[in-house]
Each structure stands twice: as structure tokens, then as C-alpha cells.
Design a protein around this ligand. Sequence first.
Ligand code: GLN
Length: 468
Amino acid sequence: MTHITIEQLHDDVKSGKTSFEAQVRSNLAQINQNGHLNAFVNVFGDEAIQRAQMLDSKIKNGEPVGALAGVVISIKDNICYKNHIATAGSKILSGYRSPFSATAVEKLEAADAIIIGTTNCDQFGMGSMSTNSHYGAVRNGFDSDLIAGGSSGGAAVSVQTGMCMVALGSDTGGSVRQPAAFTGTIGFKPTYGSVSRYGLIAYGSSFDQIGIISSNYEDAAVVYDVIAGKDVNDATSIDVSMESEIPSGRLKLAYVPEMFAGQSDWMEENRQYLEVLGKDHDLMPVSFDYMKYLVPCYYILCTAEASSNLSRFDGVRYGHRSEKKGDLLEMYKNSRSEGFGSEVKKRIMLGTFVLSEGYFDAYFTKALKVRRLLADRINNILSEADGFILPVSAVGPWRLDEKITDPTQLYMSDIYTVLANLVGNPCITVPISDKKHNSTSNNSLQLIVKSTADKTIFNLAKLISIKY
Ligand code: GLN
């Protein structure tokens, strides 16, 4: 599958070599051919074609069009799009039609992008395999027996297989970056708050961030320009500098040697790539005493936030309502018991536990303190380095039928990705395999940079990734 960039599409449409309609039709053909990958929940084919025809006629008449004219974009099923169904991959929201659009989607539309459909994901973004979905598992386009990663697995596969050009996902603890690494695409989690969360169905509000999956850095940067910025509907949103520094010469790249210590082919490849990087850049080994706190700290805080966020789903206001007879309290209980999947229930219970009176200080307050220490350490490291590099995952995508019996083993697999969400800094995946569309080799590293240096991250990533 060859991927066309946004710039290339615009050049080709202007020169008459192709049309927006042809682009949409080629994406729709890919969606049809790859139905077995289960990447989409809903496809808005007719609407997308109509919008493409309208934009084609604007081009023909010489009328101005927006920065994302004709760019075909998928959105994760937890991002609201006015008058369209959004269910966050969960039965509890079945049939929920959003009366408004997320700010990011509104901005995409105002820039003339074409929303082609909603993508499959773990319920409420809770998972690392895209198997916790009410609609069944997403499969990897490299090999359909492999997981696509998660929770934005459908988003990653939609870009990987050319079902669209760019995808919006959400990243609470790695959900954009890990599936991007598993599918040979690029995943970008912006600085916390730099993309409005208005209209993103909440999981862990102080971690959640809308992120971008694309096939190249340029497209991610163009889409980020459009969706970033302060929004009156999200009090935590911020403006970041739209200046991008263009670094030259040798970069100072910090890394923690223990993070690269594991025994697997993937880790071996990561280590080899560090050696390659060391030729052109200055690698700075740094100490980091908090490795063992990353996963517990993340899971304490995000489940606490989730238990509060998900209390709004009660069978009254949105989606699924139990048909069993009973009083109001029973109706709440039955609707929630039937609507939420088992992983979601587990996390609501965990979150309620860590917030309970007797345990609040021992878990929740302590985790907040750890979070502060992590942020201080990362800021400290980045005051002396241009970037901080770390693996995405200790292993590559595993088989869908591989049973993971220890429940904490899967949580531990998030160890490298949760850091960027705990500290809030921007983070992007950096492909390091030259055979990017080969199922056995599509590994990536992650690059974290200073908070709000989002526009610079693309330039830095380009300098250190294998030619992409
Ligand atoms: N895998 C992590 C979790 O299950 C991250 C998910 C995400 O970023 N939404 O919470």
C-alpha cells in the first residue's frame, strides 16, 4: 500500500492528476477489501463522497479551500461527531448519537477535511490490544493473526492499510503510540491540553489527549496545526508555540540504560538502533529511579479518574438501558452491569477502591506525589538534552490467540508509554526498521521533548528516525 501525503494530494488535485472524489473512493475500496480487520465501527461513505464532490467543484471554480481540503480522516469511536453515533467501543453507549462535534472535529471540518468514519477501539480506551471492544477485536494489517495494539487499534490499521490518510485517536497511556508502532505508522501524543478534549469521551481526564496517527511526519504536523489551541469549552486547554525550531548538527539524546535491558528481538533491535544513533548524535545515559512506580502510579490515578468519569453512564441519559423490571436503583445497576465490559468494570472497582476513605491517602495521594517527582525528573533531564528516547514496548505485536493469564502482565506492557501521559509532555513514535511494511519488522522508539515543543518534535523525530 503506497501512502500519499497531504501535500502530494493537493498538488495532484490542482494539476488534475486526481480528484478528491477519487481519493475518497480509493479509501472506501480499501475499507471494503479489509473488512476482516474490523478497523471501522461506522463508515460514512455517501457523506464522504458528497463532500469530496463539493470540494472538487470548488477547486474547479477556483474558489478557496481549507488547509485540509479533501484529506480523508478517520476518528476513534470515542470522539463525538455531530449527528453521528459515538459509543467508545462499548455497549453502554449503543445508539448514542452525539448532538455536537468535538472541538478537534469541528476544526477538521472547518479546514475542509473529510471524516470517513469511526474506528474500533478498546471500551473507553481501556486496553492495549483492541480486543476489549463490544464490536470484536481489531486485527493487524501486516498479519491478521496479530493484534493491532490498543486502544486505538482501529485508528492505526485505518492508516496502515490506506483506508484513510490520517486518523485521530486518543492517548491516555499510550493508545496512539503503541498501535502506531505495531502497525508501522507514526503516532503522536501532543502536550497535555494543547488539543481540546471537548467532545472526547473521558477516560482519565488528567491523562487523556487526542492524538494523531499518520503515515509520515509532515501530515501529522499539518493536522496538528489545525486542531491545536486553547478552547473555551475545555478549561485545561492551552496554546502552544506554533514556531518550530529546526535543529542542526548533533542532538543531545538522553536515555535510561535499564529501559533497554530486556531480552527480546524487539529490544535487541532497539539496542542496535541506539548504536546507530550514537554515530550521528550524542547519547546521554541518565539515571531514573522511578521505573517500578510508573505502572502502579498510572493505574491508580487513571482508574480513580475513570471511576468518577464513568458514573454518568446510568441508563438514563445515554445509550443502553436495561429492559429488566425494577426500581430506579435496580435500573442503574442492571444498565451498568449489562452495558460495561469486564475490563471497564474491573477498573471502576479499582478506581473506587483507591478513592475510598480508608485508602485515599495510601494510594491516591501517594500516586499524585509520585507523579510530581516524575515530572520534575523528566523536566530536569530535558533541561540538558534535546530529547529523551525510550522503547515503545518490550516486545512486538503478539498473536491474538495468545492468552495472557496474569492480569497485571498486560498492564506492565504499558510501562514505556504511560510516562509521557504522567508528565504531560509531547511524545512521538520514531520508526527504526527499514522494512516498515514487513510484518516481522516495524519497530519504533519514542521521543519525548520539552512541554509545548510540539512543533519542534516533528523535526527532531525526522532527524533520528530511519528514512521515513
Ligand atoms: N493501555 C493503557 C490502558 O489500558 C492505555 C490506554 C490509552 O491510552 N487509552 O489504560
